[in-house]
Ligand binder design. Structure first.
Ligand code: HPA
Ligand SMILES: [Zn+2]
Length: 336
C-alpha cells in the first residue's frame, strides 16, 4: 500500500483544530449573503486570494473578520457538521475541537446560540459516523484575564460538554503567566488544560505553560528545541505537543517544510502529534499535513503509524479506548 493510502486509511485523532478556522470561503460567502453581512471581498476567489499571511497577527485579523458571518444556531451547526463530515472522509475517528467563545460573545452572540449548534452536529456525527468529539474552550490571550474569568462563568451551564480549557490568539506579549489565576480556577473545576506556547513565542512561554498553568498538552511548542532542559522535561514527562506543519509554513514560522523539526522532536523521544490548526486558512486538512511532511521529510510507514498512535496517546480519551486505538494503528497492517 502506498504511503498516501496509509495516511488516508489509518485511524487518527485530531487534537489541535480551531472550529472557526475550518470555515471554508464558500461557507463564509454563503453566510454573508444569508445575513446581509458586507465582506471586503467580491467573490469566493477574492476571499481565497486574501489568505497570504506573513505572521500570526496578519492571519488572526482575517480569522476574526471571517468569523463575523457566524450568527445563528444553524450557522454554528453547519460549521461543525462540515468539519466532522471532513473528519469522516479522512478517517479521523476522534477529535478535540477548540472554540473561541469571546470571538462570538464580543459580538453579542452567546453560549445559548453557538453551543446548541456545535452539540447538535457532534451528536449527529457520533450517530452517523461513530466519530467521538470533545470541546476545548479557548481564551483569547490578547484580552485581559478578567474577560477570561467572565467567559469561564458564562460557560457554566455547558460545563459537562466541555473537556478542556485552552489559550490562543496573539502569543507575543501575552505570556501564560497573564492567565495563571483563571487556569487555576479551571483546573479546580476539573477541566483538562492546554495552551498555545512556543509557536511564535520563546521557549520560556512553554516553561510558563507547564509550571504556572499545569498544562496537560502544549499546542505547537516547536520552539522547545531552543532549551535543552525543557526538551528533557518534555521527554521525561511525555507532555504532548500538538504540532501543525502547514500552519507553521503558512505563518512563516519556517520557510520551507524541509526545515520542519517534527522528525527531530520525535527522534528526541518527545510525544508529538500532527494537526491542521486552521485548515481552510492554512491550505490543508489533517491528511494534507501528513502528506506535506511525507513529501518533504524522511518519513516512512513506521513514522506515520507512530504519529497516528501518538494522536490517541495524547488525547483525553479514557485509557482503555486509547489503548485499543493504538493497537489498531499498529496491528491492522493488512487493512491500512
Ligand atoms: O495557530 C494559532 N495560534 C494562536 N491562535 C490561534 N487562533 C486560531 N489559530 C491560532
Ligand atoms: Zn492553534
Amino acid at each position: 500500500m502506498s504511503l498516501s493510502s496509509i495516511i488516508n486509511n489509518i485511524p487518527k485523532a485530531e487534537l489541535h483544530l480551531h472550529i472557526e478556522g475550518s470555515l471554508t470561503p464558500e461557507l463564509m460567502w454563503r453566510l454573508a449573503k444569508k445575513h446581509s453581512v458586507t465582506l471586503p471581498y467580491a467573490s469566493v476567489k477574492e476571499i481565497e486570494a486574501a489568505y497570504n499571511f506573513e505572521d500570526l497577527q496578519s492571519f488572526l485579523d482575517l480569522y476574526y473578520a471571517g468569523a463575523g458571518v457566524l450568527r445563528d444556531e444553524e450557522d454554528f451547526f453547519t460549521l461543525m457538521w462540515e468539519y466532522l463530515s471532513r473528519c469522516h472522509k479522512e478517517n479521523i475517528v476522534h477529535t478535540e475541537i477548540m472554540f473561541d467563545p469571546q470571538t462570538h460573545t464580543e459580538r453579542d452572540i452567546g453560549f445559548d446560540v453557538f453551543m446548541p449548534g456545535f452539540l447538535r452536529a457532534m451528536d449527529k456525527a457520533k450517530q452517523e459516523y461513530g466519530i467521538s468529539s470533545y470541546l476545548i474552550m479557548s481564551f483569547l490571550r490578547h484580552l485581559p484575564e478578567s474577560a477570561a474569568f467572565e467567559t469561564l462563568s458564562e460557560a457554566e451551564p455547558y460545563y459537562k460538554h466541555i473537556t478542556a480549557v485552552g489559550l490562543d490568539s496573539s502569543e507575543l506579549g501575552h505570556p501564560p503567566s497573564k492567565f495563571e489565576r483563571v487556569f487555576k480556577k479551571a483546573k479546580s473545576l476539573g477541566f483538562k488544560i492546554v495552551a498555545h506556547a512556543g509557536e511564535e513565542g520563546p521557549a520560556s512561554y512553554i516553561w510558563e505553560a507547564i509550571e504556572l498553568l499545569d498544562v496537560d498538552r502544549i499546542d505547537h511548542g516547536v520552539r522547545c528545541q531552543e532549551d535543552k532542559a525543557l526538551m528533557a522535561l518534555l521527554r521525561e514527562r511525555q507532555i504532548p505537543l500538538t504540532v501543525c506543519p502547514l500552519s507553521n509554513l503558512k505563518l512563516c514560522v519556517i520557510d520551507d517544510m524541509k526545515q520542519h523539526n517534527i522528525v527531530e522532536l520525535l527522534n528526541e523521544g518527545l510525544l508529538v502529534t500532527v494537526n491542521s490548526d486552521d485548515p481552510t486558512y492554512f491550505g490543508g486538512f489533517l491528511n494534507d499535513n501528513f502528506v506535506a511532511l511525507q513529501e518533504s521529510l524522511d518519513i516512512d510507514e513506521d513514522t506515520i503509524r507512530t504519529l497516528a498512535a501518538n494522536s490517541f496517546k495524547s488525547s483525553f480519551l479514557p485509557e482503555d479506548v486509547k489503548r485499543s486505538f493504538v493497537e489498531k494503528v499498529f496491528n491492522d497492517r493488512e487493512n491500512f
